[in-house]
Design a protein. Structure first.
Length: 154
């Protein structure tokens, strides 16, 4: 968290005190498991930083943001180790504050810093297909081959 403190000070010229928020009472288990929660405080202004292990679908993250803000009563930002351009664009579209120090910072209540550098690759942004989606894809692939074969025999 020292890195986040230094970057926030460098970018916004504000010295935030960041401490781990240990009390997780009142939050559903899925909002606390595998996540670290920090409180960033500067004088009278504060917000929470939720550190996630990986990027999450923007629609899901938006709903979680609302739950966190309702519980804490202050703005919430999500922190990621890696982030793709697609994730960033989706989060901005849904107005979800996030940080990927030092290159991607979107905190509408403070400011915004974007860079062309990402620590994720576009290839890793591919979503895993569900079983139904895999069946449909395979059906379409095999069906197209049969159509091509029929046309070539004629």
């Amino acid at each position: 968290m020292m890195m986040i403190e230094k970057e926030l000070e460098r970018i916004f010229a504000l010295s935030f005190a960041i401490s781990e928020h240990k009390e997780k009472n009142g939050l559903p288990r899925y909002l606390t498991t595998g996540r670290k929660i920090y409180k960033a405080q500067y004088e009278q202004f504060g917000f929470y930083i939720i550190k996630l292990p990986s990027a999450v679908d923007s629609r899901v993250l938006y709903k979680e943001k609302l739950l966190y803000e309702e519980k804490f009563g202050v703005p919430v930002a999500f922190c990621f180790e890696t982030l793709t351009k697609n994730n960033r664009n989706a989060y901005v579209k849904h107005h979800i504050p996030f940080m990927m120090i030092p290159t991607q910072i979107y905190l509408p209540f403070l400011g915004i810093l974007f860079s062309k550098k990402f620590t994720g690759t576009e290839g890793s942004a591919l979503l895993q297909l569900t079983a139904n989606a895999q069946m449909i894809l395979l059906y379409l692939l095999y069906n197209n081959k049969q159509i091509i074969r029929r046309k070539s025999w004629r």
